[in-house]
Design a protein around this ligand. Structure first.
Ligand code: ZN
Ligand code: ZN
Length: 164
C-alpha cells in the first residue's frame, strides 16, 4: 500500500495516520515459513520541524519450527516502527536502513513493513530465547527437564575426580 503524504510534506506539525496489512508469508527462516498470518502495521507519519517521522508498530503471530529443539511454536511479535522518510535522494552517503525514500510523495508501506520486520526478527527461529534444545546424545527435549545422560556425565566426572 502506498501512503500519500503530499498534504503534510510542507506542513510542520501535520500528521497522517495509517493502518495496513502486509503479506510476508514468503519469508523463509531455515526450512519454515513462519509468517503465515497477515502482518498488521499501524501508526502515524508526522512532519516534525520539516522531517517526516514514521512511528507505529508491526504485529503478527509467528508459526515457526524451533531451530534448536525442532518443536512447533506460535509466538506473538510486536515490533516498533521508528523511521525517517525523505523526499530527495541527495544524501545517499549517510543513508542507513532506517531512512526510506518517498516516491511521488508517497511512502511504500509494504517495503517499510517488510524491512522493519526482517531487521527486527532474529534470523534464528527459536521457540523461546533461552530454548535449551535437544540432548546431542539421546535427543530428549531439554526444555522438558534434564535427561539421564547429564547425570551419567556428572557421575563420570565425579568418578574421575575421586579416582585421582
Ligand atoms: Zn526450541
Ligand atoms: Zn541425553
Amino acid at each position: 500500500m502506498l501512503l500519500g503524504l503530499s498534504q503534510i510534506i510542507d506542513r510542520p506539525g501535520e500528521s497522517v495516520s495509517f493502518s495496513t496489512s502486509v503479506d510476508l508469508s514468503d519469508l523463509q527462516y531455515g526450512t519454515s515459513f513462519p509468517v503465515s498470518e497477515p502482518v498488521l502495521a499501524s501508526g502515524v507519519v508526522r512532519n516534525t520541524a520539516g522531517v517526516l517521522v514514521m512511528t507505529g508498530s508491526v504485529k503478527t503471530c509467528l508459526h515457526g519450527v524451533c531451530d534448536r529443539c525442532a518443536a512447533d511454536f506460535t509466538r506473538d511479535v510486536d515490533i516498533p516502527i521508528d523511521v525517517v522518510l525523505v523526499t530527495e535522494l541527495a544524501n545517499e552517503e549517510n543513508e542507513d536502513e532506517w531512512v526510506f525514500h518517498l516516491e511521488a510523495d508517497s511512502a511504500d508501506l509494504d517495503d517499510i513493513v517488510r524491512t522493519v520486520f526482517v531487521l527486527n526478527v532474529d534470523s534464528k527461529m527459536l521457540c523461546k530465547p533461552d530454548c535449551k534444545g535437544l540432548c546431542c546424545r539421546c535427543g530428549k527435549n531439554l526444555n522438558d527437564g534434564p535427561c539421564s545422560c547429564q547425570k551419567e556425565l556428572d557421575f563420570a566426572a565425579l568418578k574421575q575426580l575421586l579416582d585421582k
